[in-house]
Design a protein. Structure first.
Length: 421
């Protein structure tokens, strides 16, 4: 059994290396995203760790022939690793293959067969054990390296930079994003040990603002949009957010607005939105199935804007995702907002946003910003998925507790330059 570990940027690169080193019969035991350190050994870049294995002995019909073919393949793989030319296995095989024939005439066949057959049976067990052992060792080494790295970070870096890094991590920015920002900051200053904490925080604040503006310049409901849908997991405040935006469009912009809800799963969801509609004096259509969408849309043919509330479901379930897509195909929205709560853990938000890549989502809208002091997930998601920011919901009051995103203010909140008021 030959087990090798590869760390590459892209999976096709690993596949090519595995085929070259281990042959076309090699098996990939595991794949995992890892961080490879860069500048000063401190700043990680995301790579893919691939563990692959190949048997030194295969199991075709002819046991002896298998030995002569498998061993040169393994030897060639090893010779490639150390830079030596591969051996030529083809010529010896025909010469040695007939050799056992005379021996079989003089020696009973049963004596030969056990010598070859037993090694073939336990091959899978060592393969699994070796693979698990390698993975355990890799995990232990990674843990040790991370511990040593974190302990040495405070010794290598000035206190000002260390403090800013702690603040960014406290804000729930991913460690990879934090170290990339700090690396950029260090490269843009002359005297690392002379810079103050406030100055370095200001530099990173500018980087964060520039990233947010570059990856996804904030974008509110477009003046050209007529149909706008809102999607997201359960409990994030989609219905209340729609009521706020409807009030803003009716009261501030004088638009003729109609509401549609497909959220017939949650108890009192329809009544909640109907209450807001009655207060604003606007109509509400309820759709119990995708076929009802056309009827509701035709009722709003002469309206300026249609806001559509969808059901909050568990989108770990692919069936729920398919159901949502069925509705969106009927709706054909001009814009779709993915509504997420900032009180959700950053790691969970990453997973939720990843699940929604199977659904069309044009912009991010974050709720419950008044209930948290960590906003790093906003930066993590925006820079990863390159979708524009739109609004921040800042409370439960309708219609006032919602605002267009300010990247300057958000960047200052992330670096601790200001606190949420």
């Amino acid at each position: 059994m030959l087990v090798k570990r590869y760390v590459v940027k892209e999976m096709p690169e690993a596949v090519a290396m595995i085929r070259e080193d281990l042959g076309i019969d090699a098996v990939i035991l595991s794949t995992k995203k890892v961080q490879k350190r860069g500048f000063l050994g401190l700043f990680p870049k995301t790579h893919i760790e691939v563990i692959a294995a190949a048997n030194e002995q295969e199991t075709p019909a002819e046991p002896k022939a298998q030995q002569y073919h498998a061993r040169p393949a393994a030897a060639n793989a090893y010779q490639r690793q150390i830079g030596q030319p591969a051996a030529e296995p083809a010529p010896p095989a025909p010469e040695q293959a007939p050799a056992p024939a005379p021996v079989q005439n003089s020696v009973p066949t049963p004596a030969v067969t056990p010598a070859v057959t037993p090694p073939a049976t336990p091959v899978p067990a060592p393969a699994a054990e070796d693979g698990e052992k390698v993975l355990r060792e890799v995990q232990e080494l990674r843990t040790m390296f991370r511990s040593l790295l974190n302990s040495s970070y405070n010794q290598l870096m000035p206190e000002a930079i260390v403090n800013v890094r702690k603040q960014l991590l406290k804000s729930d920015l991913s460690e990879e994003a934090v170290d990339e920002l700090i690396e950029r900051g260090i490269r843009n200053i002359d005297g690392v040990h002379e810079i103050s904490e406030q100055e370095f925080r200001g530099i990173l604040t500018n980087f964060i603002r520039e990233d947010l503006d570059r990856y996804s310049p904030p974008s509110q409901i477009s003046l050209k949009s007529k149909v706008v849908a809102f999607i997201g997991p359960t409990g994030v405040g989609k219905t209340t957010t729609i009521a706020k935006l409807a009030a803003e469009q009716v009261l501030s912009r004088g638009k003729k607005v109609g509401l549609i809800t497909t959220d017939t799963y949650r108890i009192a969801a329809v009544e909640q939105l109907r209450t807001y509609a009655n207060i604003l004096g606007i109509p509400l259509e309820v759709c119990y199935a995708p076929e009802d969408i056309k009827r509701a849309m035709s009722a709003y043919a002469d309206y300026d804007l249609i806001l559509i509330d969808t059901a909050g479901r568990n989108y770990h379930n692919l069936l729920n995702v398919r159901q949502l897509n069925t509705y969106l195909e009927e709706i054909q929205p001009d814009e779709t907002y993915l509504v997420l709560s900032l009180t959700t853990k950053a790691s969970d938000l990453e997973e939720i946003a990843g699940n929604f890549t199977q659904v069309r989502a044009d912009k991010f809208l974050f709720t419950k910003s008044d209930e948290t002091k960590t906003y790093g997930a906003v930066y993590n998601l925006v820079t990863r998925y390159k979708k524009p920011l739109s609004y921040l919901a800042t409370g439960q009051n309708v219609p006032e507790d919602i605002e267009a995103v300010s990247t300057e203010r958000l960047a200052r909140l992330l670096t601790g330059d200001i606190s949420y008021e």
